[in-house]
Design a protein around this ligand. Structure first.
Ligand code: AMP
Ligand code: ZN
Length: 492
């Protein structure tokens, strides 16, 4: 299997020392607010990687941390601790804030079918490991103490900048006006911050009471659970120049060798082609999507249509299109499921070809858009067959789109309230048919079809069939057109 390694800027063959124990570390959320859909795109990427590795037969030890202390308002150690700031604003304790948003994050994960990593350590429960790490760096001459903390001396670490390919001069040019005169280099970063008496989150250390720097957290927790050297480290692209550069510096300085073999980064989600920001009011959450009638899995499907190394632009129109496509996909899968086996069986050779194509795509640096193309080919295959449904269910182990749960629930014929707009369209079509204006009649039929509504002409009149897809279940409601009142069908 090939994966793109940010460190070498190349697609490389993934080689694990032990297929039974592939070690994967993912930077987890800072739990000071709800995760926005950009954050969640990165965790969907993490989940896809995880699922592909499992599909390919690897056994995983996957760690994703929870950052509940030490992540300052700026990634480069400036400003207040995000947890403490939110706690003050919401008049709660940082621990309450952390507990609440960690739970909310887990709920988002569950709704998005993001599988839980085996180990989810909290930063606040690993302070002693972090102190030990910092002590090691100080002993080796890479860490130095100032009045406000302990800093990493990047001038001493020869490889600084190798992940982001930024050299130290560029770092200096890019750094803001220096506030901390005691720092040896403007880009030296905090390993440990000393805290004033009033600071809520603090622990004793050899350098006085304080709290860890954000970067040391991941290095220390990764090392504790995965050992000195591990296979893959993931995060979003924004982590490349600071957070991961600093992780590399700390770990390599302490160990004398690289700690991570493959670095993988997910590209950003944009909103309306721009950055998400609180001031623009576009840092959407899963709750915002649900309020607008979109299921979390529709967002997952939306994300899967872009390669993880490409930017993806979120718009409400694009979400609508994703919803239509996802509903069609489930409907198509159901058609295969309903077909059963026997005479409808397709050649094993065809199935094998689909399977090979799918596996080729997913093992080519997680090419999920291409894999989805194969899924669509299976869906559209002229023979409807339960063997193809089984194949889709197998593919869904990677995709996580709940294809296995698709189910037909046929309700009895019953009256359903129809939206006036839809009623009007149906009436217009009936009139067109009476007028023998087949072109217009067909156009209206197609328009309705796009809305998930099909019309069947029966001797009793027109039968309206509409598909209602909720939580991965498809229901078909049958009813006669005659005698139908106004109103709108449930969302589909
Ligand atoms: P944080 O909770 O701020 O540490 O971020 C959690 C994850 O979301 C990190 O891996 C970030 O790189 C990632 N991230 C932040 N913003 C975006 C975005 N707009 N699109 C994709 N990933 C993002
Ligand atoms: Zn991290």
């Amino acid at each position: 299997m090939k994966i793109y390694n940010t460190l070498t800027r190349k697609k490389e063959e993934f080689y694990a020392d032990d297929k039974e124990n592939v070690q994967l570390y993912s930077c987890g959320p800072t739990v000071y607010s709800y995760a926005h859909i950009g954050n969640l795109r990165t965790y969907i990427f993490m989940d896809i990687l995880r699922r592909i590795l499992r599909y390919e037969g690897y056994k995983l030890k996957h760690v994703m941390n929870i950052t509940d202390v030490g992540h300052l308002v700026s990634d480069a150690d400036e400003g207040e601790d995000k947890m403490v700031k939110t706690a003050r604003e919401q008049q709660k304790s940082p621990w309450e804030i952390a507990r609440y948003y960690t739970e909310a994050f887990f709920q988002d994960m569950e709704e998005l079918n993001i599988m839980k990593p085996e180990i989810i350590p909290k930063a606040t429960e690993h302070i002693s490991e972090m102190i030990e790490f910092v002590q090691g760096l100080v002993e080796k001459g890479y860490g130095y103490e100032t009045r406000d903390g302990v800093y990493f001396d990047i001038g001493k670490f020869k490889g600084y900048g190798k992940l982001s390919r930024i050299n130290l001069d560029e770092q200096i040019a890019g750094a803001r006006v220096e506030v901390n005169e005691e720092k040896r280099h403007p880009a030296d970063f905090a390993l440990w911050k000393k805290a004033s008496k009033e600071h809520i989150m603090q622990w004793p250390s050899p350098w006085g009471a304080g709290y860890p720097g954000w970067h040391i957290e991941c290095s220390a927790m990764g090392r504790k659970y995965l050992g000195d050297v591990f296979d893959i480290h993931t995060g979003g692209v924004d982590h490349i120049p600071i957070h991961h550069e600093n992780e590399i510096a700390q770990s390599e300085a302490l160990l004398g060798k690289p700690a991570v073999k493959y670095w993988m980064h997910g590209e950003f989600l944009l909103v309306d082609n721009g950055k998400m920001s609180k001031s623009l009011g576009n840092t959407y959450t899963i709750y915002d999507l649900k309020k607008k009638g979109f299921t979390p899995l529709t967002f997952r499907y939306f994300c899967l249509n872009a390669h993880y190394r490409n930017k993806l632009n979120f718009t409400w129109e694009a979400m609508k299109a994703a919803q239509t496509a996802y509903n069609r996909l489930l409907g198509g899968a159901l058609a295969h499921k309903k077909a059963g086996g026997g005479e409808n069986e397709v050649d094993q050779e065809i199935i094998n070809t689909f399977k090979n194509e799918f596996e080729e795509a997913i093992t080519d640096d997680l090419n999920i858009p291409k894999a989805l193309g194969i899924v669509w080919n299976v869906i559209r295959h002229e023979t409807k067959s339960s063997a193809l449904f089984d194949l889709l269910v197998q593919f869904d182990k990677v995709l996580g789109l709940d294809i296995d749960k698709v189910e037909e629930k046929i309700e009895d014929e019953r009256e359903v309230e129809l939206d006036d707009e839809i009623k009007e369209l149906i009436e217009k079509r009936q009139q067109a048919r009476k007028d023998k204006n087949w072109k217009l009649a067909d156009e209206i039929r197609d328009e309705l079809k796009d809305m998930g509504i099909t019309l069947e002409d029966t001797p009793k009149g027109v039968r309206v069939v509409w598909k209602n897809i909720e939580n991965g279940f498809i229901s078909l409601f049958f009813m006669c057109f005659q005698g139908v009142g106004g109103g709108r069908p449930p969302r589909f």
